[in-house]
Write a protein that binds this ligand. Structure first.
Ligand SMILES: [Zn+2]
Length: 228
């Protein structure tokens, strides 16, 4: 075992000691169960934790993570909080510089079998992006970010077709929100900013701006933006 592993585990266990001291009372209240308000599907990338929303995600955000934020490989985990915990908001969050998108657009035949199986799931998003991105994009990072954005659209469209989720959206019990987390300042408003790119399958920026779910947020122009 490397020395590094000892140090890391020590850091984690010491961290929990502090955490327990501060949070013991909170968990007394949580013994009876969880009541998150948000279901979040995002990439496994460690640069995209639920804490980017700037709130304590504890009992607020039910987080599902996998490479490339794909419904296909975590469908049950995603539907559980929507159908049983009844979270009114479902966020599909992609991000710039996604390693899964990069790998899925490259030759990954020598990759581990299990990883290959999960990358294959991004194929339809990539094909859709090839069809939708009309202009020639020479910047490779920008191109991958555009594919990530379309991958979020693709995941939302899948949920819109789901026989259990669809009626909830129609009855306005659930709203699906597509977002991109900008690690690389690709959207040109600074790093670490979240952008809304889709609401209930709608990708038109003007229509997103006027959606009632955004009525309390006054700086819509600042957060509603698309690359594609
Ligand atoms: Zn990623």
């Amino acid at each position: 075992m490397t020395k590094e592993a000892h140090e890391i585990l020590n850091k984690l266990l010491r961290g929990n000691k502090k955490y327990q001291k501060n949070c013991q009372e909170v968990f007394e209240d949580l013994k009876s169960g969880q009541s998150p308000k948000v279901t979040l599907l995002t990439c496994g990338d460690s640069r995209v934790p639920a804490s980017i929303f700037g709130i304590d995600a504890l009992n607020e955000i039910f987080t599902v993570k996998n490479i490339g934020n794909q419904i296909r490989i975590s469908e049950g985990s995603l539907k559980y909080p929507i159908l049983h915990l009844k979270t009114p908001i479902v966020i599909i969050l992609g991000h710039t510089g996604c390693g899964a998108i990069k790998a899925a657009t490259s030759d990954y035949r020598k990759e581990d079998d299990a990883i290959q199986r999960e990358l294959i799931g991004l194929k339809n998003s990539i094909l859709r992006a090839q069809h939708e991105i009309k202009k020639d994009v020479s910047d490779e990072l920008l191109k991958q970010c555009m594919i990530s954005e379309i991958n979020v659209d693709h995941q939302i469209d899948k949920l819109l077709l789901d026989y259990n989720i669809k009626p909830k959206i129609e009855n306005q019990e659930v709203v699906l929100i597509g977002m991109m987390f900008d690690i690389h300042d690709i959207y040109e408003k600074g790093c670490a900013k979240i952008f809304i790119t889709n609401i209930n399958g709608n990708r038109d920026v003007d229509k997103i701006n006027t959606h009632p779910v955004l009525k309390l947020f006054s700086e819509k122009e600042d957060v509603v933006k698309r690359l594609t």
